[in-house]
Design a protein around this ligand. Structure first.
Ligand code: BES
Ligand code: MN
Ligand code: ZN
Length: 494
């Protein structure tokens, strides 16, 4: 999708052009809508006599009369004028794209007036995010099924200023697309080595990327992660990404750790067949961390950040880990594996311990599609937030609000730790069914060595079906990239 900011329209007047204007609640026309209404002899006012009144999420399409440069006119409802904010601008851009993307129009003109230059940039971001599509394996798709819009011209009072504001947002949009691609790829294509290869390629953006193989992880004592990996024909990897953007490259970093289970069959505790294909996106946490690092490098963030990805496949071959096995983690704590399907926490245990030991970061945030129970608790519009640090938790919560990636804080009650006691080892890897997301988080907490830490259980938000937001098409959401990028931008730069 090509984006251009223009000072006044129409610039190109392509024959197949859709022009979108804003209408506020109660039929309150934006200046551009007003002007267009006059050009169209009151056609827009006549629409307002019907049910379209400019409510948020509502839109109406008009055929453009002869003499207009466009073929379609789209009225985008955005709710009350005084409630219009950056997120409303972003959603309006996304809604406009969605409304016309299959019309045949090749050019979308966002003639959004009555908004700031920064909001024009957010509208452009909305178009970019909404136009994401994973179609590389659709070899027989008819041209008329493909999106028609290839370019968006975005009106801004000061196009230079809008472009300047868009620059870092474009870096975020690229990063979100990178994550969505990783998460969408089928598991025969994206396995640990391939994932590592794709993040290694991010060195072109200025990241430092190291990849550890199983032998190196064995030498470090990562028995928990390797126990998960041992049932797969495809070897695991640990990817370590570093972005050194702070004035002092040796200043203490912040750290992000992702669960990267490229396919989770459950292992010997095999999952049921129904829906098992969903477990290709069990690497959504690692995907988000990789996307965050992409975003930080893409916009040259003034921060030192580390991203660690635990990349494995959870498979049930003859060498697979058994229920009853006892493994020794890098921390030295032993774990009795009761259920091999509770593998994410085992991967994170070693990845987190490695992270704190090597980097001594200010804090660690892990992201993981960790439990089905978080979906039961929160539905698909919130990810679970667990933290041992109120300041970090509050900052994450606020960042999520600002970006439309919502979190909900969950408790970490010490008394539930009883559920993780094993007669044979220091810990067992599951508790009971009640509070399953909480005992999973409590397990992980045993491996953060007291550092400020937060855990985001994104099993509820990594994949959207159906879509619940105009900027997130059905499928891989890229959840976490924007949220963490915002956390860094608002709290840890400069
Ligand atoms: N990857 C799953 C969690 C999951 C479930 C992610 C549904 C996305 C959608 C995780 O590894 C898992 O299998 N968790 C088990 C834990 C149980 C064995 C304690 C679960 O949630 O059932
Ligand atoms: Mn599992
Ligand atoms: Zn899993």
């Amino acid at each position: 999708m090509q984006i251009e900011f223009v000072g006044s329209g129409p610039i190109e007047g392509a024959p197949l052009c859709a022009v979108a204007v804003l209408v506020f609640e109660g039929g309150d026309l934006s200046a551009a809508a007003e002007a267009l209404d006059q050009q169209m002899n009151g056609a827009i006012s006549r629409v307002l006599a019907g049910r379209f009144k400019g409510a948020k999420g509502q839109s109406a399409e008009l055929l453009a009369p002869a003499g207009l440069h466009a073929s379609l006119v789209l009225l985008v409802g955005v709710g009350a004028r005084d409630g219009f904010d950056d997120q409303a601008a972003e959603n309006a851009g996304a809604e406009a794209y969605k409304a016309v993307n299959a019309s045949g129009a090749t050019l979308l003109e966002l003639r959004f007036t009555d908004i700031t230059n920064a909001q024009a940039a957010r509208a452009a971001l909305g178009v970019r995010l909404a136009s994401y599509r994973f179609d590389k394996y659709l070899t027989r798709e008819k041209p008329e099924k493909k999106p028609s819009v290839h370019k968006a011209q975005v009106l801004a009072a000061d196009p230079q200023a809008a472009l300047l504001a868009f620059d870092p947002l474009a870096a975020v949009a690229d990063a979100v697309a990178f994550t969505r691609d990783l998460v969408s790829e089928p598991p025969n294509i994206l396995y640990p080595e391939e994932f590592a290869k794709r993040v290694k390629a991010l060195e072109a953006l200025g990241l430092e990327v190291e990849v550890l193989d199983e032998e190196q992880m064995r030498a470090l004592g990562m028995g928990c992660l390797l126990g998960v990996s041992q049932g797969s024909a495809r070897p695991g990897r640990l990817a370590i990404l570093q972005w050194k953007g702070a004035p002092d490259p040796d200043a203490q970093p912040i750290a992000f750790v992702g669960k990267g289970v490229c396919f989770d069959s459950g292992g010997i505790s095999l999952k049921p067949a129904d829906g098992m294909e969903d477990m290709k996106w069990d690497m959504g946490g690692a995907g988000a961390v990789a996307g965050l690092m992409h975003a930080l490098a893409g916009r040259k963030a003034k921060v030192n950040a580390v991203g660690i990805l635990g990349l494995v496949e959870n498979m049930p071959d003859g060498n697979a880990q058994r229920p009853g096995d006892i493994v020794t983690s890098m921390s030295g704590q032993t774990v009795e594996v009761i259920n091999t399907d509770a593998e994410g926490r085992l991967v994170l245990a070693d990845a987190l311990w490695y992270c704190q030991e090597r980097f001594k970061p200010k804090f660690m945030v892990d992201l993981a599609t960790l439990t089905g129970a978080i979906i039961v608790a929160l539905g698909h519009d919130y990810a679970g937030l667990f933290s041992n640090n109120d300041e970090l938790a509050d900052a994450l919560f606020a960042a999520g609000q600002a970006e439309g990636e919502n979190l909900w804080r969950m408790p970490l009650p010490a008394k539930y730790e009883k559920q993780l006691e094993s007669p044979a080892a220091d810990l067992k890897n599951i508790g009971g069914r009640p509070g399953g997301s909480i005992t999973a988080a409590l397990f992980i907490q045993k491996f953060v060595n007291g550092l400020p830490w937060a855990h985001l259980d994104i099993a509820s938000t990594a994949w959207k079906k159906p879509s619940t937001s105009p900027t997130v098409p059905e499928g891989a959401s890229g959840f976490g990239v924007r949220l963490l990028n915002r956390l860094v931008a608002d709290k840890y730069e400069g």
